[in-house]
Design a binder for this molecule. Sequence first.
Ligand SMILES: Cc1cn([C@H]2C[C@H](O)[C@@H](COP(=O)(O)OP(=O)(O)OP(=O)(O)O)O2)c(=O)[nH]c1=O
Length: 204
Amino acid sequence: MFHDAHEFPPVCLASGSPRRRELLAQLGVLFEVHPVTLDETPVAGEAPLAYVKRLACQKARIGHAMFEGRFPVVIGADTAVIHKKRIFGKPKNQQEAYEMLAALSGEVHETYSAIAVTGRAGLQVAVSKTKVKFRVLRDEEIQRYWQTGEPQDKAGAYAIQGFAASFIQDIQGSYSGVMGLPLYETSRLLNVQGVPLWNQETAC
Ligand SMILES: Cc1cn([C@H]2C[C@H](O)[C@@H](COP(=O)(O)OP(=O)(O)OP(=O)(O)O)O2)c(=O)[nH]c1=O
């Protein structure tokens, strides 16, 4: 049994996302980053909720299998933008980013972020859903936004924490969830696994 942050081994964040790293540090968790890779193509007919849960669980399970023993707790996460039942992941190219942003322009969409944590309490998963309302985007604005480099590695081809903040008229839900790691759900699942939070040495 561990009693404080100094006795608890680091958590493994099985993610290559710099946003997830930044957000987890905000909780004051001692952690190491070990990205895992997997095919993120949705299964034919897969519902968005099932899709984000499946990927988050796979990332956590792969991390757990790779480092078993070294990390008692492993975190996996996945974020997708959902518009009219379609799943928007990270755009493969400029054309795909254009199509995503043109579809989101002037509309309300949802962002789903799943977090999965393995540990002594087994595999636990939670999903945060957020409604996001975009203002109307002009064509030339979408083209110019691509040139900023922001859309390339973001679900739905935008970053709420970046220039795309100016696209967002309204949000109902979790800002950290849209950015990639819902901190309310993350802290809850880490508590269940006995992970100490608010360690001031790891906080940004
Ligand atoms: C919608 C949105 C997504 N994103 C990011 C978060 C995620 O990094 C990314 C969604 O892709 P993911 O496949 O969820 O994550 P990833 O490939 O970046 O990292 P890993 O699988 O290794 O954990 O989009 C933002 O940074 N801001 C936003 O506003």
